[in-house]
Design a binder for this molecule. Sequence first.
Ligand SMILES: Nc1ncnc2c1ncn2[C@@H]1O[C@H](COP(=O)(O)OP(=O)(O)O)[C@@H](O)[C@H]1O
Ligand SMILES: [Mg+2]
Length: 250
Amino acid sequence: MQMTDVDRTNTPVLRLKDVYYTYPDGVESLRGVSLEVYRDEKVGLVGPNGAGKSTLMTVVIGIRIPRTGEVEVLGQVLNPKTRREIRRRAGLVFQDPDDQLFCPTVFDEVAFAPINMGYPEEQVTEMVARALKQVDLEGYERRSSFHLSIGERKRLAFATVLSYSPEILLIDEPSANLDPQHRRQTINLLKSLPQTMLIATHDLDLVLDVCERCFVINRGRIVADGDVESILTDEQLLLSNGLELPLSRQ
Ligand SMILES: Nc1ncnc2c1ncn2[C@@H]1O[C@H](COP(=O)(O)OP(=O)(O)O)[C@@H](O)[C@H]1O
Ligand SMILES: [Mg+2]
């Protein structure tokens, strides 16, 4: 589709080289993952439950350290020295808002990263207001983040990352637990944001709508990489990897 707009001669903004990750209990969740994402691309990472999508997202920003292999973000190899800067420039929105949210109020939650990054107070207030507006939580600043609905918490988690405008957005299951209207709003937001994105999901219709390219991951391996139209209409490929044709293509 729009793949021709992407300059693949440049260094990728995200590169994984033969990454293996094993959980402490011995579950090998990533088994030789290599992939590249280029500037301005919106790329889907699709696969069934347990495929390794969430693990991959956490490996990219150094929450989990690969057993072997290399992660490179924005031209920097990820290591303990570069991790802090990489996390500033690449933001992960967790699948489960409980993994992201820990402050008493909505304002504190969204202001946390910008304050940590040293932005002045007035600017923080503006950044918070803008991010909340983007996720349809305008005016929620004083609300308790613990007393929001799961869908609202999900959108709040997104706002905590949007607040500091990272260059790369890693978004894990953005549509899970959202009602249809907020799912649609999230899709529109993903489409309108200028950032490079990697979106992990099994909502294949969302991928069709938002992404130009996608990876299929299954059992810790990337099994396909190509433009969404050819991958998400390949019923055989989808069925053999625990997926189905998107609803809009059935
Ligand atoms: N904290 C954990 N400890 C041990 N195994 C885990 C943990 N989290 C995930 N796994 C396992 O790793 C594999 C990949 O999981 P995950 O990355 O969450 O997949 P996905 O996000 O695609 O559903 C699964 O087999 C899962 O059971
Ligand atoms: Mg997951």
